[in-house]
Design a protein around this ligand. Structure first.
Ligand code: SAM
Length: 244
């Protein structure tokens, strides 16, 4: 088959459907890993239902926390250490964390129980399902730390930093709100910079010098994934974007 012939049929053969994670509407990767111990299962059975984001309807501070308060949203919180650290630091703010991986959710539940956090709500599943139900302009902070890199070009549309999700991030953040993003993946880094540069109308990149993205900003604790990346000798880059 000629190259041109292959190009003509390639889109139909590819797993990379048109659009990006907001339109693919499916989750990739694993939902479950190690079997849970008894105490962990009890957290899932007892604590998780008490602090789960409602399955439908608007996701507002009033509905989740019984009062208006600044809202923070973390996409893919992994083991939940960043979410718990921030929630502990800002007890008057409300935190929403989304993560489809059960063992990660258990990690977050453990932090929430141990630190007696009452200002965190969790969703075990796709963050964009919940984010789409947050009223526009309601978020003060949005965190995306070490998203799955999907390094192959044909999987680029699965990356969370893509035009569709970034439009949604812009809509959900209030003016002055902050989008924090971290990665150790050079391919993702270049991709994200390119996507974010297309959204200059909505976001100011808070960066004056290389040190601003080479050093972890204050109030941004190291995540488990980041620690692993550093142990493997990777560089890590940190980005802060302010909603205009
Ligand atoms: C590489 S891990 C990083 C975890 C954590 N942020 C950290 O830095 O340690 C990426 C995480 O994103 C989660 N994830 C992937 N797609 C997601 C989605 N659509 N919504 C929420 N989380 C997602 C994965 O389950 C995984 O835990």
């Amino acid at each position: 088959m000629t190259r041109a012939g292959f190009a003509a049929i390639a889109p139909a053969m590819s797993a990379n459907k048109p659009g990006d994670p907001t339109t693919l509407n499916r989750l990739y990767g694993r939902g479950k890993g190690r079997p849970l111990r008894k105490g962990q299962q009890a957290l899932v059975d007892e604590l998780l239902p008490q602090i789960s984001v409602p399955e439908d309807g608007p996701v507002t501070a009033q509905r989740l926390f019984g009062q208006d308060c600044p809202l923070h949203f973390e996409i893919g919180f992994g083991g939940g250490e960043h979410l718990a650290y921030r929630a502990d630091l800002l007890p008057d703010h409300g935190f929403i964390g989304c993560e489809p991986f059960l063992n990660g959710v258990v990690g977050a539940l453990t932090h929430i129980r141990d630190a007696h956090l009452t200002n965190v709500r969790l969703h075990m599943g796709d963050a964009l399902d919940v984010l789409s139900r947050v009223p526009d302009g309601a978020l003060s902070f949005l965190y995306l730390l070490h998203p799955d890199p999907w390094p192959k070009a044909r999987h680029a549309k699965r990356r969370m930093v893509n035009d569709g999700p970034v439009d949604m991030f812009a809509a959900k953040l209030r003016p002055g709100g902050e989008f924090r993003f971290g990665t150790d993946h050079p391919v993702y880094l270049r991709h994200a910079l390119m996507v974010m540069s297309r959204h200059r109308e909505a976001f100011d990149w808070l960066c004056e010098k290389p040190a601003d993205f080479q050093n972890r900003p204050g109030g941004w604790p190291e995540t488990r994934y980041e620690a692993k990346a550093r142990r493997q000798g990777h560089e890590v880059w940190y980005f802060r974007y302010r909603r205009r």
